[in-house]
Structure formats: structure tokens, C-alpha cells
Design a protein around this ligand. Structure first.
Ligand SMILES: [Zn+2]
Length: 396
């Protein structure tokens, strides 16, 4: 069993309004607990599914007003599973307009949501803060993540700050930048032979050693820790603050689509509360057709292999939450290859934005969506810049 830590002085106050979790596919309701393997009713079916937090009190305009105090994701505590949690300053990333690129691409308005301005340089910090809050609330449970990139560096940093034992399961191919960012936190690093072998190690730590996993470890996958995924709602909340009259589309690179689903849920909250008039169409950008094939009718639990230099969005699987967010928002999926992404990355560099490949992929994806007339020329579009180019500086 795990060792309990005594080193944390940080509060982790559960939101009293948190009612439980609900399966996003079958609607099964469950009390507040840790469901690390998704919906028990859908487990083992051809469409395993994730769970989403439910709250007793309906999200109201009044709550939205009080949510505005302070800075960063912490100010949305009334709308998250934890009202108080360890923060390293995540959230409140800017939505930056790029008029030149909008004109060049032939789109009405274009914004970049600069998630690389989070403490460890990616959107994953929004998840890590809540996963570590959960681990602290459980008395100091050790946390684990399967990652060779952004999630590993983020979870390791937040666990270190919280005084939680942490294991990051990666592969021998992990880039030196990531290796150092993870190792410097003091996290225990395990090396698996390949990406899927990592998940077996995490599954063992969760099932036999009492670990709380931040990331998915199942095949077929269900997505990341449901407490953590709630953090991604705040990306939608912040974009709504800056563009209260709405966005026509949000383009986001996906692997298992935790971020895209969180954005979807965030906008749904805003619409249900009468704060937003419309749901932006959510477009998933992927390195080779996976979600695109499932949307075209192939089975969700299929294997869709491919190779890519976009390390943050690799993998051969599709999640139910990805399908749900795209269908529920009348969005879509588009695949872009390495050459298209590298060209977009160069182009964005010349615009002053040094992006990781997976983030630059959204620019290449948007170009294709416009060429296919899936988005009209006068659309107002936000691209999610998940992380910066400092993270993956060279092709190996
Ligand atoms: Zn279910």
C-alpha cells in the first residue's frame, strides 16, 4: 500500500454542491467517489464512457458573478469539485487576437487561447490542480500519470508542490526536456517499452497500490480523471468572459479529448445558466483519421494506428467523450499530417507564436476546414494553443 504524506499544508475543500458523477453516455448516476475506470455500467461494452461531475445547485448567473473574484482558475472554485485547492497560478490565460492570420486564412476573427502561459506551460495544469486536490483530500494518496510530455511535467510539478508522492510512467523515447522537467520534481519515473505498456503499469499501481491516476490507463480508453477534467471547463468560462457574444468555432487538437470535452461542458453550463446564447462548434484536429473514422461510422473501440511527430496527440484510440463533444456541438474532426503542421508551425513562428506541433496543428486544421467550407469565411474562431515550442524544439 501507499505511504501517507504529512508534508502538505494546503487546503483541499470539497465543493459542498458536488452531488456525484454521471455517465455521459448512459446517464447512470453515482455518488461522490473515485471512478478511475469510467462508468461501471458501460465498462466492458463496445463504448466505454467517462463520467462527469454533477452539482446540486444549478449554475446560476449570481454564481457566475461571485466566481469573478481573485485571479486564475481558483476564482471558479464554486463551479468546480474543489472550492479550494493548491494553485500554482493556473488559468486566466489570454485570448489573443491575430488579425493578420485571420485575413490570411480568410476568416472573420481569429483568436489564440494561449494555454502555454500556464505554470508548467500547458493546459494540463488545470487538470493537475484538481487531481492533486483530490489526492490531498483522500489523506495524501500518491498520484500517477502515464505521459511522455505535458501531463507528466504538470502532474509531477503539482504533486511536488502539494507534497504528494508521485510516479510518472513514460517511455525510453521521452525527450530530454521532458525528462528533466519531470525528474527535477523528485517524482519517481518509470520507463515502459511503449505508450500502451505505460497504461498496464498505471493500471497495476491504481488497482494494487492505491494510486490515484490523473490520466487514462484503459484500452479502449475513457479519458482522464473526472475530477481533473472538470478543470478544463474553465477554458470555456474564460473565453466567454472575453467574448460574451460567443464564438462560432473552437479548434482544438485531440488525443483522448479531455480538453475538448471540458470546453464543451463549460459552454453547456453557460448556456444552461442563460449566460451564453450559443454553443461554439467544436472541431477536433488529429494527426491521422481516428475520430474522423468513428464519426463516419467505424466502431468506437477500434484501433486506428498511425505515426506522427505531434507527440501530445498520438495514440491509436478514440474516446466516447470526443464523439459526444463533436456531435453535441455540431462540430467535426479533421486530420492534418506532419508536413502540414510543420508548415503551420513555421508560419506561426513568423507571427511571434512559438507553438508545440500539436498546437500548430490547429492552424493547419482550420485551413482545411475553411477549404472544405465546413466553416464560413466570416466565422469568429478560437484556436487552443495547448503548449509552446520550447517543449518540443526539434524533430528526432
Ligand atoms: Zn455508462
Amino acid at each position: 500500500m501507499y505511504m501517507q504524506t504529512k508534508s502538505s499544508n494546503y487546503p483541499a475543500r470539497l465543493n459542498g454542491e458536488l452531488q456525484g458523477f454521471k455517465c455521459i453516455r448512459c446517464g447512470h448516476n453515482l455518488p461522490v467517489d473515485d471512478y478511475q475506470e469510467g462508468c461501471p455500467q458501460c465498462a466492458g461494452s463496445s463504448e466505454p464512457s467517462s463520467l462527469a461531475a454533477t452539482y446540486g445547485k444549478k449554475f446560476s448567473p449570481a454564481e457566475w458573478q461571485t466566481a469573478g473574484a481573485g485571479r486564475g482558475m481558483a476564482r471558479f472554485g464554486a463551479l468546480l469539485p474543489y472550492r479550494d485547492f493548491l494553485t500554482l497560478g493556473e488559468g486566466d490565460t489570454p485570448l489573443v487576437e491575430d488579425r493578420y492570420l485571420a485575413a490570411q486564412l480568410g476568416v472573420g476573427e481569429l483568436y489564440l487561447k494561449n494555454e502555454f502561459q500556464n505554470p508548467t506551460g500547458s493546459h494540463k495544469d488545470r487538470m493537475s490542480a484538481l487531481v492533486c486536490a483530490r489526492a490531498l483530500d483522500l489523506g495524501g494518496r500518491p498520484v500517477v500519470a502515464a505521459s511522455s510530455g505535458n501531463a507528466g511535467a504538470s502532474v509531477a510539478a503539482y504533486a511536488a508542490a502539494a507534497g504528494l508522492p508521485c510516479t510518472i510512467v513514460t517511455t525510453q523515447h521521452v525527450a530530454p526536456t521532458w525528462r528533466e522537467a519531470i525528474e527535477i520534481t523528485g517524482a519517481n519515473v518509470l520507463y515502459a517499452n511503449d505508450a500502451k505498456a505505460r497504461w498496464l503499469i498505471v493500471a497495476d499501481l491504481v488497482r494494487n497500490e492505491g494510486y490515484l491516476s490523473a490520466t487514462n490507463f484503459l484500452v479502449p480508453p475513457v479519458g482522464s480523471n473526472p475530477f481533473g477534467v472538470e478543470g478544463y471547463k474553465t477554458v470555456a468560462y474564460e473565453m466567454h468572459e472575453e467574448r460574451p457574444d460567443g464564438l462560432d468555432a473552437v479548434v482544438v487538437s485531440v488525443a483522448r479529448a479531455d480538453l475538448m470535452w471540458g470546453i464543451y461542458k463549460g459552454y453547456r453550463d453557460l448556456i444552461d445558466a442563460g449566460l451564453a446564447a450559443r454553443m461554439p462548434r467544436l472541431f477536433a484536429v488529429e494527426p491521422y483519421p481516428r475520430l474522423s473514422r468513428v464519426l463516419a461510422g467505424e466502431p468506437l473501440a477500434g484501433d486506428f494506428p498511425g505515426t506522427t511527430s505531434m507527440s501530445s496527440i498520438g495514440g491509436s484510440t478514440v474516446t466516447y467523450q470526443a464523439v459526444d463533444a463533436v456531435r453535441g456541438s455540431d462540430g467535426g474532426a479533421v486530420a492534418v499530417n506532419d508536413a502540414e503542421t510543420d508548415a503551420a508551425r513555421q508560419e506561426m513562428g513568423r507571427r511571434g507564436f512559438y507553438l508545440e506541433r500539436s498546437a500548430a496543428a490547429t492552424v493547419a486544421g482550420l485551413r482545411k476546414l475553411l477549404a472544405r467550407d465546413e466553416l464560413s469565411q466570416n466565422s469568429r474562431v478560437a484556436l487552443i494553443a495547448t503548449s509552446s515550442g520550447y517543449k518540443d524544439p526539434s524533430l528526432t
